[in-house]
Design a protein around this ligand. Sequence first.
Ligand code: DSN
Length: 416
Amino acid sequence: MKNIHSFDPEVAEALELELTRQRNGLEMIPSENFVSEAVLEALGSVSTNKYAEGYPGKRYYGGCQYIDIVEQLAIDRAKEIFGAEHVNVQPLSGAPANIAAYEALLNQGDTILGMDLSHGGHLTHGHPVTQSSKIYNFIRYKTNEEGKLDLDNLRAMALEHNPKLILIGYSAYSREIDFERVQEIADEIGAMTMADIAHIAGLIAAGEMNNPVPIFDVVTTTTHKTLRGPRGGMIMCKKKHAKAVDRAVFPGLQGGPHENVIAAKAIAFKEAMQPEFKEYARQIKANAKVLELELGSRGFKLMFGGTDNHLLLIDVTSKGVTGHEAETALDKAGITVNKNMIPDDPRKPLDPSGIRLGTPALTTRGMKEAEMKQIADWIDRAIISHDDDGKLGEIKAEVEEMTKDFPLYPNLSYIE
Ligand code: DSN
């Protein structure tokens, strides 16, 4: 890493500060994780130099013979992990993967039944601020009064609106999903099915959550959340959609694939096939369960009644703070979470009623049940003392002390 510092100390020093922030704090944003050193190495490899528009064996550029090996490895491993008939590893991230999937399956004006953002859905699932919402007719369903995905209601809405696509899979919903039942509903009205498993892909890969890939028409994911790979996306689908999906990604939406990221995806997929990854996914869930119990018993209002996966969505207004105040206080205490809307939130997105937090990154560092109990206590103390910088500083010092027992990238430095 010497080269970065000697050529560009300004960037190197900022990177070093970010490394220190990651090392000294508790990363609890549920969509973040810490990749392995092998994944980092692939991201910085010579494959970043190569243009490779097209697909393995069918490229629009010369010299792709070695890049083809890398991309084919990523495809084959993803197929094996998820039981997919066809895989496209080129989407640059989750949003482009979703847009490509719509493009592959639908025509302008077609109806999509997708989850409301504040109930745990995602911006790209039809939020009015997105371009997709201007192209397709999104009808948005919600969780029910108990805070659960209500498949009877989904069926009633499907019968009423006759969507061409039913879209399942969320970024703040914390419960298991019955994909088979959703497919039955879709079959009843002749709709196609799409799941966005960005958040839970790692849990599915490890067999810790239901897998929609063998059931649904199309499944999209990111590769950097629980799957613990590089920032990127992927589309898995039935063979009958393979051509349409590939065409939608390239040339429909993207140009040259980022082959350094694809190399890193291949490595992350190999990691996800190891027995240790199954144990990792089991521990992610066990850790989230401890936070559910500990925070619940301290009077935090848990949306959706708790968690079956890696995350919790919490209404913090019951603790006398807004989501923004809670996020800021926790930041000062060395605990990183994100403010988040709760179902039908009366507040605004930049200062909503909730926070969202999760365990994938902490679990990568090796933290277990005992640490989760301690962290729940710190979260509670930080929220109670949200306007007392002295007390928040004391918690931050305790957090920093604990993180020393869980080293992160111990040999990495951008300034030496
Ligand atoms: N930004 C991601 C998340 O935090 O869940 C979703 O795109």
